[in-house]
Design a protein around this ligand. Structure first.
Ligand SMILES: NC(=O)c1ccc[n+]([C@@H]2O[C@H](COP(=O)([O-])OP(=O)(O)OC[C@H]3O[C@@H](n4cnc5c(N)ncnc54)[C@H](OP(=O)(O)O)[C@@H]3O)[C@@H](O)[C@H]2O)c1
Length: 316
């Protein structure tokens, strides 16, 4: 398949590109700079120069391809407008793909997020719809779900569209800015690793290489209108994650009382998400696509030490 991918230089994308090429696909990646173009070439992809805000360019690239994978996101909008601004920029992109692919049956696979199922009282499944877009669900997930709903809606217009919901923590030896990197940076600064309350709230996680194999399977054979869960670990207690980081850094793991989380303290801008519980299932994804996460778990990833290399040490 001739595949057009955005975000091919990012954390997930840099695993997806080689995964596709190894499976025999011809990959063209969007690059907005010389550095990104060089990174894509090094991964074995063809390069299409362009920017996410050039919707005509994206339409042309999608129309020229047999399938599209979209994992780029306008993270530059985060500081000023938060996830709402990122999602606002994302929806027109999805609609542009829709125009290019309408009636073709070609696949469009885009990134989504696992919602907090705290309100469900059970692990989130692939059958759970995107969270309602009401005031009761503010913030990151609400904004992302507008995008998910838009992509899934394209299935009614003859696009084989699907969403791969990426676990809350994506980890790998090349992770540069993910949740574990942020937690570790806070811990180094504060000299302790905090966990919220008793730390029994559950987080889900996945290795970025397993994310890549799921995107490939969704592209190759996922039915239109599907949600998939890129989840390796379905529920790890926050406290366990904190203790694993603490043991590596040689500092204590400590409870941060919940009332202290109301003000930006230990966790800073992460305070509003660290208390959430995100147990998630991957059963439907595994059964329907034959996907099996094969890479190290989150705790194994932490144990192998690459998150604790000193600056300047090459990551392999
Ligand atoms: N746990 C998780 O990581 C997680 C969970 C749920 C959902 N997601 C979603 O999964 C997707 C992939 O995440 P990620 O961590 O792999 O992303 P990432 O590492 O932050 O990479 C972002 C990518 O987007 C590209 N990009 C940004 N702005 C662009 C622009 N204006 N024009 C063209 N390209 C642009 C970047 O290209 P450059 O190389 O040129 O900067 C880079 O390839 C995102 O939508 C993210 O929100 C991630």
């Amino acid at each position: 398949m001739r595949v057009f991918i955005t975000g091919g230089t990012g954390h997930s994308g840099s695993y997806i590109v080689p995964e596709l090429i190894a499976a025999g696909h011809e990959v063209t990646g969007l690059a907005r700079s010389d550095a990104s173009a060089a990174a894509l070439s090094a991964l074995g992809a063809k390069v299409r120069r362009g920017e996410l805000h050039d919707l005509d360019g994206l339409k042309e690239a999608a129309a020229d391809a047999d399938g599209v994978i979209h994992v780029a996101h306008r993270q530059d909008l985060l500081p000023s407008g938060g996830m709402a601004a990122v999602a606002d920029a994302e929806v027109p992109i999805m609609l542009a793909y829709g125009e290019a692919l309408e009636g073709t049956g070609k696949p469009l696979v885009a990134a989504g997020s696992i919602g907090s199922s705290g309100y469900l009282g059970r692990p989130a499944t692939e059958e759970d719809p995107a969270l309602p877009v009401g005031d009761e669900h503010r913030g990151t997930l609400r904004a992302r779900n507008v995008v998910e709903t838009t992509v899934i809606g394209l299935a009614d217009r003859g696009v084989r569209s699907s969403i791969v919901r990426i676990a809350n923590i994506a980890h790998s030896p090349t992770d540069q800015a993910g949740f574990l990197v942020q937690l570790t940076a806070i811990a180094k600064e504060k000299g302790v690793v905090g966990y919220p309350g008793d730390g029994t709230n559950l987080w889900n996680a996945v290795h970025a290489r397993d994310v890549a194999s799921l995107f490939r399977l969704a592209l190759e054979k996922g039915p239109a209108g599907s949600y998939w869960h890129a989840v390796g670990d379905g529920g790890i207690e926050f406290r366990e994650i904190a203790e694993a980081i603490a043991s590596r850094l040689g500092v204590p793991a400590v409870s941060i009382p919940l009332d202290e989380l109301m003000v930006p303290g230990y966790f800073g801008f992460l305070a509003n998400i660290v208390t959430q519980s995100y147990p998630a299932s991957n059963l439907i994804t595994r059964r329907a696509l034959g996907w099996e996460p094969a890479q190290p778990s989150l705790l194994a990833s932490l144990d192998n030490g690459h998150y604790f290399l000193t600056e300047g040490t090459p990551r392999v």
